[in-house]
Design a protein around this ligand. Sequence first.
Ligand SMILES: NC(=O)c1ccc[n+]([C@@H]2O[C@H](COP(=O)([O-])OP(=O)(O)OC[C@H]3O[C@@H](n4cnc5c(N)ncnc54)[C@H](OP(=O)(O)O)[C@@H]3O)[C@@H](O)[C@H]2O)c1
Length: 469
Amino acid sequence: MITLHEEIVVPRSVEQCFRYVADFRNAKEWDATATHAQKITDGPVRLGSQFDLTCAVGPGSLRLVYEIEEYQPWHSVVLRGRGRYFDVKDTIVFSERNGGTHIDYTAEFEYRPGLEKIAHRFEAPMRSMGADSLAGLKAALEDNNPNPGTSSDSLRADNWVLPGVAMFSRWGYTRGAKRWKPVSRLMDGVHVVLTGASSGLGLATSIALAEAGAKLTLVIRNPDGIVPLKNHIAAETGRTDITVELADLALMSDVNALTQRLIERDEPIDVLINNAGALFNERLLTDEGLERSFALLLLSPWQLTRGLKPLLANHSTPSRIINVISGGMYTQRLSLKHLIMDEQSYDGPQAYARAKRGLTVLTELWADAWRDDNIVVNAMHPGWADTPGVKSALPTFRRVTQKILRNEQEGADTIIWLARATEADKVTGKLFLDREIRSPYLLKKTIERASEREGLEAFLSETLESVSN
Ligand SMILES: NC(=O)c1ccc[n+]([C@@H]2O[C@H](COP(=O)([O-])OP(=O)(O)OC[C@H]3O[C@@H](n4cnc5c(N)ncnc54)[C@H](OP(=O)(O)O)[C@@H]3O)[C@@H](O)[C@H]2O)c1
């Protein structure tokens, strides 16, 4: 048997350390060898939870299935990992030390018969790997990451349109993930309002933020969806305290009623995620007479966000607005005259992309205007993710690209990161893909004129007035 033992002290509470470490999915953020980690049992992290870890070993890789064998919040956790060549028992004990937490980590490796002798030859590198891992855990819990930026690779890719677009695929996610810093901040008590929570990226984000402890107000439009949504989140996370609000966000009357209810509740909002959306191949008017792509994707988030601003403004730490846009907007230039497409010119993907371009511009305008209100406003695009929305609106695209599409969690990753990561409130008015700031333009011809940009909010205001009259 080889036994590794390390101790660290970190300036975090015992509960926070326990929750981060016991969720062994996080091992990929701090373990020196783990390249992939996922939970393979349903439900919240608890006794019996299992995790599938892939570790890099020399030029190859090794798979280990870990199970939580002892679970004593916030005191200790014991995990047993089973692999082809060895079993390992990780015993991790947490205790309060000078206002922070002392973590005592022991890993006992037991090799398969016949391998013991060979294994001892690797004892020195294993000890060094153990020390590196605990240094990684310390850094993760210190949560002192640099401010968001752009890697030189991404800058290069954006200069060449095709490589830039290739990053929308699963490959872009995998490539980006290699550079990411740990996200150990918990969100207990952080109030998040998220639209479009019933499926796809919104649902994946809701689950991840519920796991992180956020206080969720989820907006959906179908009353029959409330119970299934609550049950689903409870089964995945153990959280039964989720608030669900109903609104058809393509209708301004519903947007206003939702805003009114939230204002009356008078609960400060720390994070607003404008995620609801759909690509409509067929042009239809809403009951209020508005072209529905424009209504749902641009006018609605504009109206909702302005209405909720009093609940977002002037907190002690910056509130965050996250606008979910689309890479499709790279094809379009903001033009107020062409923002609402008429019957003759209507094209679903174009109407969608123009509205998303509008929301990208709004992100920048709000970021500037609301700096003194301590609100940061950023946009993200998820790349191409396999969601019910893509399945119904873009079946041919989905068929052709299926192998390279991201899954819902991968598509939602940057939304979750913008909501959760400590460093994500250090910049405002930016567009993100895979946790990096990206240019909002891939083509020069899509840069809008200043007059279009400056006139956008007045245009939305006039259009809204036409609905009210
Ligand atoms: N998946 C991608 O590759 C991709 C790429 C770029 C951008 N996006 C953007 O990501 C966001 C999420 O899309 P998704 O792919 O996750 O699609 P999705 O699975 O269809 O989810 C869209 C969500 O928006 C809701 N929604 C649609 N119309 C609504 C309305 N009138 N009122 C209230 N809620 C409404 C849907 O509710 P229902 O369940 O009631 O329909 C659903 O919860 C969208 O803004 C989309 O434009 C996605």
